[in-house]
Design a protein around this ligand. Structure first.
Ligand code: SF4
Length: 233
């Protein structure tokens, strides 16, 4: 059964106004009955503390899955009491898995539901971003232990880890020839060719700095390849 939420008067303010609020979304997740719900509740409490103290409490670290050198963004909670115990222990870890999207961002409703179920049924918080600025599907809110399980399950349904750190990063392509009259090429095939050629450099960071490619099928550049990648195709 869902635990009661902490008082978050500062965050509550962000629910006012005409726009959808991320706080409302997080509260809904926190009051759900999946295993990762209490993680979201404690993330809200950590964030409320940040609004009061004007300090951030998340630090990086090293978390990964077997066989990969990147793709996970680790976040450890530094908010502890005078005895060194976590103030909000269910949010002691809140790691993000970066998962590569399909070329042209094509999903079926069934697949989206399966991805959501896979995340929450394996201990994830339920917070997912389609897509982060990196282009990845961001599964936000996993522990070191559940990161591996969640990845295994996502891999089982055909998804692979994206890039992070000094590596070739996750590529993206516009929807292009699939349903856009402006398309001048086969964008999905171009992306697939690049992914196949650079997959090892995505999974095992070995560069001095990150490197990104994005594929747009015409000069409209819906993928912002020119502004947001090193190799605009
Ligand atoms: S970049 Fe061009 S081809 Fe691709 S979706 Fe946009 S308008 Fe269409």
């Amino acid at each position: 059964m869902a635990k009661e939420l902490y008082n978050t008067p500062n965050l509550d303010e962000l629910e006012n106004g005409p726009w959808p609020s991320f706080v409302t979304g997080l509260k809904r997740l926190a009051q759900d009955d999946h295993a990762g719900a209490s993680m979201v509740r404690d993330v809200l409490a950590t964030l409320e503390t940040s609004y009061v103290t004007k300090k951030g409490y998340w630090k990086g670290g090293t978390v990964g899955v077997i066989g990969y050198g990147g793709g996970v963004i680790p976040r450890f909670n530094e908010l502890k009491d005078e005895n060194g115990d976590y103030k909000f222990k269910d949010a002691a870890e809140f790691h993000t898995l970066r998962i590569q999207p399909p070329a042209g961002m094509h999903y079926t409703s069934d697949l989206l539901r399966t991805m959501c179920d896979t995340f929450v049924d394996n201990g994830g918080s339920g917070l997912i971003a389609f897509h982060g600025q990196s282009g990845d599907i961001m599964f936000q809110g996993a522990t070191e232990e559940t990161t591996q399980t969640i990845f295994n399950e996502l891999n089982e349904i055909g998804f692979d880890m994206g890039g992070a750190g000094p590596a070739v990063r996750t590529g993206m392509s516009c929807v292009g020839a699939a349903r856009c009259e402006m398309s001048n090429t086969n964008e999905s095939a171009a992306l697939r060719t690049l992914v196949n050629a650079f997959l090892d450099d995505m999974h095992r960071p070995a560069l001095p700095y990150k490197m990104k490619f994005k594929v747009s099928g015409c000069a409209n550049d819906c993928m912002n390849s020119i502004e947001r990648s090193d190799f605009a195709t």
